[in-house]
Design a protein around this ligand. Sequence first.
Ligand code: FE
Ligand code: CA
Length: 532
Amino acid sequence: MTSPDAPQPPRPPEFSRRLVLGGAAAAGALFSIGAQGASRLPSGLFSLGVASGDPEPDSVILWTRLAPEPLAGDGGMPATSVPVRWEVAEDERFARVVRSGTARAEPWWGHSVHVDADGLKPGRAYFYRFLAGGEASPVGRARTAPARGAKVDRLRLCFASCQKFEAGFYAAWRHVVAEDPDLILFLGDYIYEGAPNKKDAVRLHRNPEPIDLAGYRARYATYKLDPLLQAAHHAAPWALTWDDHEVANDYAGALSEGNGDPMAFLRRRAAAYQAYYEHQPLRVRPPRGADMRIYRTLDWGALAQLQIVDDRQYRGPHACQPAGLIEAHKPYRSVIGDCADLRDPSRSMLGAAQERWLDERLARSPAQWNILGQQTIMRQSIVPDAADPSDAPHYSADNWSGYPAAREKIFRRWVEAKTSNPLALGGDIHAFAAAQIVDPDRPDGAPIAAEFVGGSITSLRNDPDFKRLAPGNGLAFAENMVRGYGRLDIDARGGSVTYRGLADARREDSGIADIARFSLEAGRPGLHVETI
Ligand code: FE
Ligand code: CA
């Protein structure tokens, strides 16, 4: 839990001792420990690494979770509160510590620690670490956002999603680290909730499908133990939102894909949200039961504002479902035709409160670039339906094509609020895609924005239809056989989005190459395809 103590608390002398640390990160460093009972803690406390996130001009969230037995429900920790010292320094050797304090790792939050390290200078990099039980954590590198309203030369942001553990290794993250991004934006499917499944697997999930807190903790630990994923957290601050698999496939509010008992599903959602909170460097309030607000903005000086949304927690039921399906607790229909309620203007993807919040943010944002960090593909897309060979269009019920009125509200808001240079970044579809966004009231007019879906870190999508249908769906680019991520580089005049594709996501040492690039021009909405 957050408890950044500005002044360093006095150290009880009877428990003080000085230790010499091993390990490259802290070689030769001396530090003292004031933790009562620290000697009783098991070793290997920092098995899950460290992370930073949600930078502000004067602060950044620092995260770790003490878990000497990371796959155990309690992480192998005693059921007691544990003091954890944190330090922020200007140098990697911690000779110039500028902020420090003691936070408490509480058993009811899985001994996770979220420190709001404040009093920092804007727009610069810092090093941080945690100390507990005579051990030092790995050293992470964080970054503060530029000063509010400051002119900023540039922003480099890598955006990614969908990292199914079983489908590949995390070579993509090694390449992200090499890009030295200011910020990493993760757009959902950080974990997958499925049971271990050997089909197409290069490695297996280590616990059965989670439904309770212990199960979700073990699943996050499985992912977080990966050294390449840890290295990406250690290299730069992240901003995250979730999609469905952080809880369960294709859920909508309180409805699971199987339309099971909503009360049972909300108990599961509460466990999943708590585990998500416990494992991510989020600047949000901890969850209360099955509720956790994660939509928020993040400013990068005068240059950019990210509006990070949650399209799962508050969405209405999927459209065009057969009557009585929910009541009968039968699985939802994921491919739908057109029906009366598809375009019902009252149907919502974000929920009314989040929609109002977004409307206000889009109207008041002072930023030159406005980046909507959302989960999936916004462009209206036709999908094949093997069950219906007729020419009638079919849509995915689970992405924005299943909530067209909600999507058009955002597009119209960009126009009416004169939002400066809007862009949408997304994930979810396990494919790279890029498209112009047009005003729904002037479909033949010039683009009002562009959207970029940045592939998947590992998760697969093998169907040939995605590329076949791409021209008809108006995609300027479509690639679903290559894994990877997107990189956004912007400055005051313009910038680019580059898609980075792995040679083979099933290899830890895979190389990477640019597979597409699009240029952006401030004041001229839309994307411009470049040749690689
Ligand atoms: Fe996914
Ligand atoms: Ca998804």
